[in-house]
Design a protein. Structure first.
Length: 112
C-alpha cells in the first residue's frame, strides 16, 4: 500500500513561482495557499504537497535549493503599556525563511 505524506511548507512569496515550476517539472502536485505570517503580519505562501514517503527528501531538496532566507527590518508600531512617554520605536532585524516545513502522515487520499 502507498505510504503518503503531506508536506506543508511556509515559504516566501518571492520563491513560490520557481519552486512550483520545478516541482511540476518533476511531477509533484501542489496546492498554493496565500497565507499571512503571525509575527510580521505579512503575506507569505503555504504549499500543500501530497507525495509518496520516498519522495519527501526530494521535495525537501527542491525547497532547500529554491527558498532562501532574507533579512527584514521591522519597527515596533505601538509602545508597550506603561512606556507611553519614553518609548522610541526601534528597528528590529529578523531573518525570514528559507522555509518552515512540516511533514505529516496521510491516512487516506481520495480524489472524486
Ligand atoms: P512570521 O510569523 O511573520 O515570522 C517571520 C519571522 O519573524 C520568522 O521567520 C522569525 O525570524 C521571526 N519571528 C517569528 N516569531 C518571532 C518571535 N516570537 N520572536 C522573534 N522573532 C520572531 P521564520 O521563522 O523563517 O518564519 C517564517 C514564517 O513561517 C512565519 O512568518 C510563519 O508564517 C511561518 N512559521 C514559522 N514557524 C512556524 C510554526 N512553528 N508554525 C506555523 N508557522 C510557522
Amino acid at each position: 500500500m502507498e505510504d503518503l505524506k503531506l508536506v506543508v511548507a511556509v515559504i516566501q512569496d518571492k520563491d513560490a513561482v520557481n519552486l512550483l515550476q520545478l516541482m511540476a517539472e518533476e511531477g509533484f502536485r501542489a496546492t498554493k495557499l496565500s497565507s499571512t505570517g503571525g509575527f510580521l503580519r505579512e503575506g507569505n505562501t503555504t504549499l500543500l504537497i501530497g507525495c509518496e514517503a520516498d519522495s519527501v527528501e526530494r521535495v525537501l531538496d527542491l525547497i532547500r535549493e529554491n527558498c532562501r532566507p532574507r533579512e527584514r527590518t521591522v519597527t515596533a508600531q505601538s509602545p508597550p503599556s506603561g512606556m507611553l512617554d519614553s518609548y522610541a520605536p526601534f528597528p528590529l532585524e529578523v531573518s525570514v525563511g528559507g522555509a518552515t516545513v512540516f511533514v505529516l502522515d496521510v491516512e487516506k487520499c481520495v480524489q472524486i
